[in-house]
Design a protein around this ligand. Structure first.
Ligand code: SAM
Ligand code: SF4
Length: 334
């Protein structure tokens, strides 16, 4: 059989894309304030979502034709999908590295599967270490379950990253406690600037820029910069040489990392998004169901990628959340 070499997936700024973020659902067992829209939320009917086979076939095109080497499964909450095991088993045959982004509540059901399928990278979201605050942000009283699953993930040797969305007046006082975790456990703790999406009541006053986070951290800990990888979104530090883990700051709002972007997203209803903030969507699922070639559509989607933040804003000062054209975060897949 004749093998064709993959073609690089380049945009018009010469950025090579080799990282696919695949959302498999927009349903969730949490109701995080910063992610769900304010209005009543209806998840997409399953007939409009990619089936497990469609997920696999579309991902296979990205891997075989465009040399995608890294896939992250996200949502919504990916672990709520009934056929999650089938999806992971199929994706694991593609030979890429696989990561999962999850709220952690159902992780205990899947540790063995992940180990069997070579899934090593678990990004787990936790915005507060205080049970009441955790309940307030997620609208679920499930802090203890998430915390136990985080500890078990570490014990089993997964590469664990903890995602913390920092919001002024809510959890910036917990930054030192989170940093202490990165000293005691072999994890990467990631503080994320609060981002604007449809209906999430974003205000620039609620964003804590990473420079402010760093100065807050300096009041409690000495810290040293460590090397970042080329496509990293986080700028990494550690408390000191004895630290088992590291912490990172993700500055999407105050200082974007668009220049090194290598990410492509597919929503759970099969639309390719070339940028988290972009309004443009390319309907891969429709094309696939019509038995059309999706490679051309993927390349078109790449060429249309804007230089920065989906062409919607540049500086944080210019963000007008109400007038941005985008989905809510839960419908994009973070
Ligand atoms: N349910 C999974 C979870 O919570 O990790 C995966 C989906 S969630 C949309 C992916 C990531 O996006 C989470 O780490 C979440 O904290 C982050 N996120 C959601 N809304 C955000 C916002 N407005 N600003 C910054 N990060 C956000
Ligand atoms: Fe669900 Fe994750 Fe969004 Fe929270 S951040 S509502 S857990 S998808």
């Amino acid at each position: 059989m004749k093998m064709t070499m993959p073609t690089d997936l380049l945009d018009s700024f010469g950025r090579k894309h080799d990282y696919l973020r695949l959302s498999i659902t927009d349903s969730c067992n949490f109701r995080c304030l910063y992610c769900m829209p304010d209005e009543p939320f209806k998840s997409t009917p399953s007939i409009e979502l990619m089936s497990s086979q469609e997920i696999f076939e579309i991902a296979k095109v990205f891997v075989n034709k465009f040399g995608i080497s890294k896939i992250r499964i996200t949502g919504g909450e990916p672990l709520v999908r009934n056929d999650f095991e089938t999806i992971i088993r199929q994706i694991s045959t593609l030979g890429t590295s696989i990561g999962i982004t999850t709220n952690g509540v159902l992780l205990h059901k899947y540790f063995d599967l992940f180990q069997e399928c070579g899934v090593k990278n678990l990004n787990i979201s936790i915005d507060s270490l205080d049970r009441e605050k955790f309940r307030y942000i997620t609208k679920r009283d499930l802090f203890q379950t998430v915390w136990e699953n985080i500890k078990e993930s570490i014990k089993r040797g997964f590469n664990v990253k903890l995602n913390v969305v920092v919001m002024r007046g809510f959890n910036e006082d917990e930054i030192p406690e989170f940093i202490a975790l990165s000293h005691h456990y072999p994890i990467e703790l990631r503080f994320i600037e609060f981002m604007p999406f449809n209906g999430n009541s974003w205000e620039k006053e609620k964003v804590i820029p990473i420079a402010e986070m760093l100065s807050l951290i300096s009041q409690h800990f000495t810290h040293e910069k460590i090397e970042d990888h080329k496509n990293d979104t986080s700028r990494k530090y550690r408390v000191n040489e004895e630290s088992k883990g590291v912490f990172g700051l993700i500055s999407t709002m105050s200082n974007s990392f668009c220049a090194g972007c290598n990410r492509i997203r597919i929503t759970s209803d099969g639309k390719m998004k070339n940028c988290l903030f972009g309004a443009d969507e390319f309907d891969l699922l429709k094309a696939f169901r019509n038995k059309e070639e999706i490679t051309k559509l993927i390349q078109l989607g790449m060429i249309k990628k804007h230089k920065e933040k989906g062409g919607q804003f540049s500086e944080m000062e210019s963000v007008r959340n109400q007038s941005m054209t985008n989905r809510s975060m839960i419908k994009i897949g973070g």
